[in-house]
Design a protein around this ligand. Structure first.
Ligand code: NI
Length: 191
C-alpha cells in the first residue's frame, strides 16, 4: 500500500474516458493493490473521493469515504465505498446547487448543479454487485467521481464562473451559507 501522486488539471489523463475492468483483472493482485493505493491516497489527501484517473490509471474504479472530516463539516458520513464499473443515473429531474472542490484542482471551489437522487450500480472490490440509492450531498459526491471516469471535471459544470473561490475565501465568505444549505438538503432528502 502506498500513497500515490495525484495528477492535477491540465494532465491529459484527467480528460480520458476510463475503461471497464474485467472480472479477472479485478481479482488480480495488481488491481487489488491499486484499490489499496487509491484508498491510502484519498485518505492522505483528506479527500471525500478519488477516481483512478487521478493517479494516472484509466480504469473505471473510484473510491468514496466521508468520515467526520473537518474539511467538510457539512457532509454526511459515507462508509468506505469502492466503485468498480459504476453506473449512476438520476431518479428524477430535481437538482441542487452544490459547492465542490477536487483533489486534482488545487485550491479552487465552485458551484455546480447535481441531481439530488441517483441510482448507483457498481461492483465492489470482490466483484459483488450492488444497486443502491444515494441522496443529497452524497449523490453529488458519486456524480463527481463518475464524471472523472468520463474525463469530466467539476470545472466543466460550473455555470457561473463568479462562484469560483479559493479554499481560504470559501471558508471566510461562503462556508457558513453553504453549510446551512447543505444541512437543509440533508434534512430534506437524506444522504
Ligand atoms: Ni475530483
Amino acid at each position: 500500500m502506498s500513497v500515490r501522486e495525484i495528477v492535477t488539471v491540465g494532465h491529459p489523463v484527467l480528460r480520458e474516458r476510463a475503461r471497464e475492468v474485467t472480472p479477472d483483472e479485478l481479482a488480480s493482485p495488481a488491481l487489488q493493490r491499486l484499490i489499496d493505493d487509491m484508498i491510502d491516497t484519498m485518505r492522505a489527501a483528506g479527500g471525500a473521493g478519488l477516481a483512478a484517473n487521478q493517479i494516472g490509471e484509466t480504469l473505471r474504479i473510484a473510491v468514496v469515504e466521508v468520515d467526520r472530516n473537518p474539511r467538510y463539516p457539512y457532509k454526511p458520513p459515507v462508509p468506505l465505498t469502492v466503485l468498480v464499473n459504476p453506473v449512476v443515473e438520476p431518479l428524477d429531474a430535481e437538482t441542487e446547487r452544490i459547492n465542490e472542490g477536487c483533489l486534482s484542482v488545487p485550491d479552487l471551489r465552485g458551484e455546480v448543479e447535481r441531481h439530488v437522487r441517483v441510482r448507483v450500480r457498481r461492483l465492489d472490490r470482490d466483484g459483488a454487485e450492488h444497486d443502491e440509492v444515494r441522496l443529497g450531498l452524497t449523490a453529488g459526491t458519486f456524480q463527481h467521481e463518475l464524471d472523472h471516469l468520463d474525463g469530466i471535471l467539476f470545472l466543466d459544470r460550473v455555470r457561473d464562473p463568479s462562484t469560483f473561490t479559493t479554499w481560504g475565501q470559501f471558508e471566510r465568505h461562503h462556508l457558513a451559507a453553504f453549510a446551512a444549505r447543505a444541512e437543509a438538503l440533508t434534512a430534506r432528502v437524506g444522504s
